[in-house]
Design a protein around this ligand. Structure first.
Ligand code: ATP
Length: 213
């Protein structure tokens, strides 16, 4: 019996926006994933402290994925009061999901910093990598990432179903040019950002007066 891979989509989600949802929907369909688990981080080792609280970020994710059965949230990283290392999350997910293939979704921007990740040498023991572009024609330039590609890259996403971990698929997802940083900065300048967020998330931001300073 074929077990469809579980997508794992980590990030700060400060706030979750239509660029994230577009990425999730496209990779879900393209790679025939069984589901995508969104994992908001407590604090990324490579980024500044999030602006909104963990509770607010999780609430916005729950609002954004309501009615989308292929998306779920897991608060494992939020529940730990420390920096979130992907390798620990993957160990947890591997234990929880037995032999199900796991596919970690990352942007090319993250893949280009792959060798800065904590214990990066072990990541592919626990999951496949599903690398997506954040901008059009974004190159992979990191030497370690390129070296991994020469031995691990597959060109048919169906192959992700054949193994639990260890393969890399690079997908062109026609990304939407949206960033959470731009959204936060624009809200601070009192601009209307409703077109880049779901209606419910935009309402939540306004009701809770998020990102105004
Ligand atoms: P920030 O601007 O605060 O850094 P962000 O929107 O870049 O936020 P995260 O919330 O940490 O980022 O994003 C989680 C993941 O989603 C990252 O791998 C990031 O590359 C990817 N991502 C974010 N926005 C887009 C987008 N518009 N298109 C494709 N991928 C995206």
């Amino acid at each position: 019996m074929v077990t469809l891979p579980l997508g794992i989509f980590g990030g700060t989600f400060d706030p979750i926006h239509l660029g994230h949802l577009h990425l999730a929907k496209t990779t879900y369909k393209l790679c025939q994933l069984q589901k995508i688990i969104i994992i908001p981080c407590h604090q990324s080792p490579l980024k500044a402290i999030p602006n909104a609280s963990a509770d607010d970020r999780c609430n916005m994710i729950r609002l954004a994925i309501k009615g989308l059965p292929y998306l779920a949230i897991d608060t494992y990283e939020i529940a730990k009061p420390s920096i979130s290392y992907t390798i620990q999350t993957l160990e947890y997910l591997r234990q929880k999901n037995g032999e199900t293939p796991l596919a970690l979704i990352i942007g090319i921007d993250s893949f280009n910093r792959f060798d800065e990740w904590h214990k990066w040498q072990k990541i592919l023991d626990f999951a496949h990598l599903l690398v997506v572009n954040r901008k059009n024609q974004e190159p992979i330039t990191n030497k370690t990432a390129l070296a991994k590609l020469t031995t691990r890259q597959i060109f048919d996403p169906q192959e992700l179903q054949n193994k639990m971990a260890g393969l890399i698929y690079v997908a062109d997802i026609n990304p939407l040019p949206i960033s959470a940083t731009d959204i936060r900065n624009s809200i601070r300048q009192q601009k209307d950002m409703s077109h880049l967020l779901t209606k419910e998330v935009w309402q939540y931001i306004n009701n809770h007066q998020l990102y105004i300073r």
